[in-house]
Write a protein that binds this ligand. Structure first.
Ligand code: PMP
Ligand code: GLN
Length: 381
């Protein structure tokens, strides 16, 4: 029996492939983005306590009220926007679910969605499953800035949605205030919707302002803003995220969310709500924490033959290896993993059009000892 594939071009994600290769070759895994250190013990204790106290059944479909309220407070604290916790905040099973549901809420067959390459890998399959078409705009090294004039020219009568991601995975690019303003203008002018993937929102470096679609009222009025506690609290395996959207958009979002997962892991919702209420410095200190990691990693790679690209946010650093090898980036990552025992992610897999640049992504959400060991190996090449 052969089933006609709805995603004929999709294989196993690069993250699974590279993590598997890293494990197979006992390489230091700087490929898939996840921390190799423990989350705060208070968070783990809270998770255990809530589970032991009996909070083990279905949470309310949109999330437990305590967490919705804490998310609304977080949005107020970070972006001075007042959102209605009950109607405008929906807790999801990771940002991945929120993105999938938001895309399904908006995209009709034949609709076009503007995405920027390198694009996070979950966007396009979700768009295609709705019968939509991703229109790719390629961003290029070293800055990966968006040319908004080019975006304006890519908009057609079929364009329904623009999908943005700042801080950006995999490039570390962060939107300037002008980027947000340009985005808002286009969304309003062409009556579009926006999905703003802000999973790295609390990791903006060098004193740059932490901005969000939440900061721009007219944009926020047409946006699904998505974030992830997996990133913020170093628990990617908990798969807990959320979507902030105006009530009418949230109502459509919830129609789908209730049939995708219905609700998300109950004890984790309680534990994260407590952390947000009682340990707000965990969130406000995240940028400093990861800026230190970035600086440390850049420092220890100084003697290597890689050329490091600027990183303004997120926990990823791009490195150009053209002084080291002529291999294409996929082959280079395989070679690096097998021969030098460090795994990275090739950039070309995030582009629709073939990419000739020789650039790979390293994740620096790692203990300093891991970064040191990786750098030692990378500096020997
Ligand atoms: N968007 C981006 C840009 C990401 O890097 C990730 C992370 N892995 C996600 C969404 C998905 O987040 P989650 O793990 O919460 O599903
Ligand atoms: N977001 C993570 C990354 O970019 C991976 C998530 C996944 O494995 N699907 O590395």
């Amino acid at each position: 029996m052969t089933l006609k594939s709805k995603l004929p071009k999709v294989g196993t994600t690069i993250f699974s492939q590279m993590s598997q290769l890293a494990a197979q070759h006992q390489a230091i895994n700087l490929s898939q983005g996840f921390p190799d250190f423990s989350p705060d013990p208070l968070l783990l204790d809270a998770l255990a306590a809530y589970s032991q106290q009996g909070f083990n059944q279905y949470a309310p479909m949109p999330g437990i009220p305590a967490l919705q309220t804490q998310i609304a407070s977080l949005v107020q604290r970070c972006y001075q926007r007042t959102v209605n916790a009950e109607q405008e905040v929906t807790v999801t099973s990771g940002a991945t679910e929120a993105l999938f549901v938001a895309i399904n809420a908006v995209v009709q067959p034949g609709d076009e969605v503007i995405v920027f390459d390198p694009a996070y890998d979950s966007y396009e399959p979700a768009i295609n499953l709705c019968g939509g078409k991703a229109v790719h705009i390629a961003l290029t090294a070293p800055g990966y800035r968006i040319n908004w004039q080019q975006v304006a020219e890519a908009i057609t009568l079929r364009t329904r949605l623009i999908l943005v991601n700042s801080p950006h995975n995999p490039t570390g690019m962060v939107f300037t205030p002008q980027d947000w303003i340009s985005l808002q203008q286009l969304v309003l002018k062409h009556n579009l919707y926006c999905i703003s993937d802000e999973v790295y929102e609390h990791m903006v470096f060098d004193g740059a302002p932490q901005l969000s679609a939440n900061c721009f009222a007219d944009l926020a009025a047409r946006s699904f803003i998505v974030s992830s506690f997996g990133k913020t609290f170093h628990v990617t395996g908990w798969k807990l995220g959320y979507c902030v959207a105006p009530a009418a958009l949230s109502a459509e979002f919830r129609k789908i969310h209730q049939y995708v997962t219905f609700s998300s892991f109950t004890p984790a919702q309680h534990a994260v709500a407590d952390m947000l209420a009682q340990q707000p410095q965990q969130v406000s200190g995240l940028a400093r924490f990861y800026q230190h990691k970035r600086d440390h990693f850049v420092n220890v790679l100084h003697a290597s033959r890689f050329t490091l690209l600027p990183c303004q946010g997120s926990y990823f650093l791009l490195a150009d290896y053209s002084a080291i090898s002529d291999l294409d980036d996929v082959s280079f990552c395989q070679w690096l993993t097998k021969e030098h025992k460090v795994a990275a992610i090739p950039l070309s897999v995030f582009y629709q059009t073939p990419l000739t640049a020789r650039i790979v992504r390293f994740c620096f959400a790692k203990q300093d000892s891991t970064l040191n060991a990786a750098a030692e190996a990378l500096c020997r090449i």
